[in-house]
Design a protein around this ligand. Structure first.
Ligand code: AMP
Length: 171
């Protein structure tokens, strides 16, 4: 675990002054580290009857699609506004730097489906909160929100009170 933590690179003042950006590209480029992360996270959900993994743009796609493959499920994309071609529903939210709008295809999650939400980093929790609202509007059942890492100081976990949150690493 320590090696996995250390392989994530800190980039000070990116994309704005005062933000320490957690750069996971170093972990993703390391075959052993990436495989270990997906194996560890995937094992947690084997046997939990996940129907679909929802990945959040953009690094959530990298976690989410690998997890979906491991769990034998499909993967659903939550994208920044304007990228998805079919009928969507939207949620706007505040994040650590600015505000943003996310979209999901209205037919991507079916009523009652058991959903695993996946992203790389839990920071303030605003992003995943918006995705939780979306899945609820589509009447999916959220099994858990899974992150590679959470930034402990930002206390995003405290914001997500009614859905289980898991992070493999704490930074
Ligand atoms: P938040 O809504 O604050 O929890 O932010 C979560 C989203 O923003 C995730 O998709 C992260 O990839 C990204 N993010 C926020 N803060 C950071 C950070 N310090 N380093 C890397 N990614 C971040």
């Amino acid at each position: 675990m320590q090696r996995l933590q250390q392989i994530i690179r800190d980039i000070p003042d990116f994309p704005k002054n005062g933000i320490i950006f957690k750069d996971i590209t170093t972990l993703l480029a390391d075959a052993e580290a990436y495989q270990r992360v997906i194996d560890l996270m995937g094992h947690r959900y084997i046997g939990q009857r996940i129907d679909v993994v929802v990945g959040i743009e953009a690094r959530g796609f990298i976690m989410g699609s690998a997890l979906a493959y491991k769990l034998n499920t499909g993967v659903v994309l939550v994208r920044k506004a304007g990228k998805l071609p079919h009928d969507t529903l939207r949620e706007t939210y505040a994040l650590e730097y600015g505000t943003d709008t996310l979209e999901i295809h209205r037919d991507a999650v079916k009523q009652g489906q058991r959903v695993l939400i996946a992203d790389d980093i839990l920071a303030t929790g605003g992003t995943v909160e918006a995705v939780i609202r979306m899945i609820r509007r589509l009447q999916g059942t959220i099994v858990e929100c899974a992150f590679l890492a959470e930034l402990k100081e930002l206390e995003g976990r405290r914001r997500i009170t009614d859905v289980p949150v898991f992070s493999l690493l704490t930074l």
